[in-house]
Design a protein around this ligand. Sequence first.
Ligand code: TUI
Length: 316
Amino acid sequence: MFRTNICDLLNIEYPILQGGMAWISDADLAAAVSNAGGLGVIAGGNAEKHIVEKQITRIQSLTQKPYALNVMLLSPFVDDIIDLAIEKKVPIVITGAGSPGKYIERLKAANIKIIPVVASVALARRMESLNVDALIAEGMESGGHIGELTTMALVPQVIDSVNIPVIAAGGIADGRGAAAAFMLGAQGIQVGTRFLVAHECNVHAAYKGMVISAKDTSSVISGRSTGHPVRILKNKLYRQCAELEKQNASPEAIDALGVGALRKAAVDGDIQFGSVMAGQVAGLIKKEESSEEIIKQIFTECETVILKNFKMVANK
Ligand code: TUI
């Protein structure tokens, strides 16, 4: 029922991408998602080339299915990571946190499919003119680095502006969210926070616990004043940042608090002084499951709600 042209484009069974989460989505999680019929994504984040290379070698031993590498364009090692994707013949590159314009020609020449994350219609149009394969329109419900628009407002505006497939991201964690995204015209969905609590996700147990116990209002936006706003779960680090912002501290002083903070939370498990990035849907997520269970549950529920609501409308 849910085969879309994203499935054909990416050679996957279900039109679902796992969000590339820096310091969190490694080869184990990505392989589990790909083996379950979705698209697993390894996040390059701010890591150096040799670290990402290990993950690519590992996923190539764990799955024969397609997978993607997420290239975070604010990374100081972005040029090396693009070289790596080409050297290792990664099938799909997803970019985030900026414009991948200057890398597109080389990636295309290497036969790599490229899917930029966009947070505005302007960037979506610019990307389409550079011949990318699809777009991920990511609303500010997402965890981590975010734009200004919500998924509900962004996705249909991007869809109306381009002629390539659009994948919806931000605020999707279950079949209801998936159904809503398809109703907006999306050809696929990207899910991050729910896969963060997958059994196969190696993020620190304390981080998973904080996502599972989060409520609707637990996430906040930090760092607006630095120009790199990120959605995180409220903790002591957030309160320190908010205090600095209130005192009109320099962007450098505020950024300094964030250096290494994601690793501190995701790897070391310091969820009070680390940066616990998660989407607004954290409040919906109640338990750990396998990646396969997550994908099956999302699409079973998606089908049920579409049929139920179709009946509700048709009976009127
Ligand atoms: O990239 C993400 N999410 C991320 S990256 C990340 S690591 C990080 N850590 C600290 C500070 C900043 C990043 C954690 N989460 N999502 C994709 C995404 N891209 N969301 C929004 C955008 C985006 C925003 C503006 C893409 C392009 C853009 O404009 C660029 C332009 O040139 O117009």
